[in-house]
Design a protein around this ligand. Structure first.
Ligand code: PLP
Length: 385
């Protein structure tokens, strides 16, 4: 990252003097833990997403854990989630004691969860469906919401890739019961470690607010302000709070987000145009906008290598050209733990097994120049010759 060995890194921050000034203001303020900046960050994020029920937390992994916990997911319950996601989507459910049922991807054109596979894998024990808006492109929320309503199961949206992306005009994270966001340093909105949760109704919102801070009825800030002298604990909660430094940086990053997402889309379109001529290379989501179903946040730039190509060798050649690439993701069912766990169901993942080994992620970040994109495309073409 930053000043690195790479000519074109996989991702990079969009930070300016404003982030530095915001951090310094917090250091000078004498208040570091969750306080006014956090309230402001939550309010502004909520406005951008169109929901007042927005809480900032430590990271997206704990947001997912809070979501499952608040929905009452526990031992004996099943949570359906894609195998092609970051492992936290599943781990947070496993930590509640639940069983995770892994679902397949749609296909080469769309690497998100297949609604038909969700319907196939629902049982009377299913408590929640966790969907991941891969690369920031919305899942088919019409189909998924219909299934969830019919079978009376909750929807958890993992929106780590999709802040401000939309499905039929509505922000991702506000279409299910709970939405979980990540502000990790390589995400579209970056504060280092950070996250947020949105919820559909007030009772989930207040439950998660309680669980975020030990199940305590008052905050340190309330006591500091003299609004409260003591507290009760009404549930066994955790400490999943964010702090003022990150919240203050988050407010600035949120202001940059619409422009950052716009530039990411421009870069993605340049990639799609330039890579179209490489034989056998598949470009997932190439026709996303033609469907008219929403807007992506373009978090990452995935391609599928031609069948039979050794991905590792391509990554080595790209590296020799100074270009960093990555993989999203090693499927969850192939990890040592999840491939052997009795609480992970791994049936019917044929498309994931066929597609995942071909996935290669190319560099994408708002400050990438058009020339950088061209460099990556030329290097990829040469690596495949
Ligand atoms: C980054 C990411 C997470 C985890 O986010 P953290 O904030 O690092 O905990 C979860 N799910 C997906 C899809 C991610 O990309």
């Amino acid at each position: 990252m930053g000043k690195s060995m790479w000519k074109v890194p996989l991702s990079d921050l969009t930070f300016g003097p404003e982030e530095k000034e915001a951090a310094l203001r917090v250091l000078d303020s004498g208040w570091l833990t969750m306080g006014e900046h956090t309230l402001e960050f939550e309010r502004r994020l909520g406005e951008a997403l169109g929901t007042p029920r927005t809480l900032a937390v430590t990271n997206c992994t704990v947001a997912l854990h809070l979501a499952y916990a608040a929905l009452g997911v526990g031992p004996g319950d099943e949570v359906i989630c894609p195998s092609l996601t970051f492992v936290a989507t599943a781990n947070a459910a496993l930590l509640t004691g639940a069983t995770v049922v892994l679902a397949d991807v749609l296909g080469e054109h769309d690497l998100s969860i297949d609604p038909e596979d969700i319907a196939r894998k629902i049982t009377p024990k299913t408590r929640a469906i966790a969907v991941v808006h891969y690369a920031g492109y919305p899942c088919d929320m019409d189909a998924i919401r219909a299934i969830a309503a019919e079978r009376r199961v909750a929807i958890v949206e993992d929106v780590a890739h999709g802040p401000l992306a939309r499905w039929r005009g509505q922000a991702l994270g506000t279409l299910g019961d709970v939405g979980c966001f990540s502000f990790f340093s390589n995400k579209n909105l970056a504060v280092g470690e950070g996250g947020a949760i949105t919820s559909k109704d007030d009772s989930l919102h207040s439950r998660m607010r309680l669980l975020r801070s030990h199940g305590m009825t008052t905050l340190t800030l309330d006591r500091h302000k003299g609004h409260a002298f003591t507290y009760d604990v009404v549930e066994a909660g955790m400490n999943y709070r964010i702090d003022e430094l990150r919240s203050a940086i988050g407010v600035i990053q949120l202001e940059r987000l619409p422009e950052g997402n716009r530039r990411r889309r421009e870069i993605t379109e340049r990639y799609h145009t330039q890579l179209a001529s490489i034989a056998g290379l598949q470009l997932p989501y190439k026709d996303f906008y033609a469907r008219g179903a929403g807007e992506s946040a373009h978090h990452i730039m995935p391609v599928l290598l031609p069948e039979g190509v050794q991905r590792q060798a391509v990554m080595e050649r790209m590296k020799a050209n100074g270009i960093q690439t990555s993989v999203h993701y090693p499927p969850i069912h192939q990890f040592s733990h999840h491939g052997a766990s009795e609480r992970v169901r791994r049936d019917g993942l044929d498309r994931t097994d066929a597609i995942a080994p071909r996935e290669l992620t190319l560099p994408l970040y708002p400050r990438m120049r058009d020339g950088d994109v061209d460099l990556v495309c030329e290097a990829l073409a040469a690596s495949l010759r």
